[in-house]
Design a protein around this ligand. Sequence first.
Ligand code: IMP
Ligand code: MG
Length: 172
Amino acid sequence: MPALVPVLSKTDIEQKIIETASKISADYEGKELVLIGVLKGAFIFLADLVRSLVIPAEIDFIGVSSYGNTTSSSGSIQITKDLQNDLQGKHVLLVEDIVDSGLTLQHLVAYMRSKRAASVKICTLIDKAERRQVNLAVDYACFEVPEGFLVGYGLDYAEAHRGLPAIYHLKF
Ligand code: IMP
Ligand code: MG
């Protein structure tokens, strides 16, 4: 059985989300904001983030799969659940759990632009910046974690551990 080593506590996460939400609230004041959660990993992060905003925001979700049950990106991204709302003229903030290679978000940013969003930015809970394979601007990153496979707080390994309230390093 792989071991679970604590990386970010519930309190670390809560505090950082409040900080990030206050930046987002200031930056998007008076703008038509839509938060787009990248399923499934970002569902808990998005739920906490939206409750810390002090400005109105629409919510939508997009489902992508690229990993199967492995721990590294295959580089081929498929949309498994499409958006429901029209994005034209809206300010899109993509809400992601982890940016790793950056391939998933590079693909999604292009997709949002093709829907004629007024702007497209990225908010991630965790940035694995050292692992980037493409040039991608991450506008809001709560935490930088250089390495390791992480689970909990929405993040899974082969669909397990999403319900843990904090984030752990899965040691194989
Ligand atoms: P990228 O396309 O390589 O940037 O992959 C990003 C996606 O891979 C994220 O949306 C995560 O769902 C998944 N991912 C990357 N690293 C981890 C991890 O440490 N734990 C769980 N999922 C991860
Ligand atoms: Mg994901």
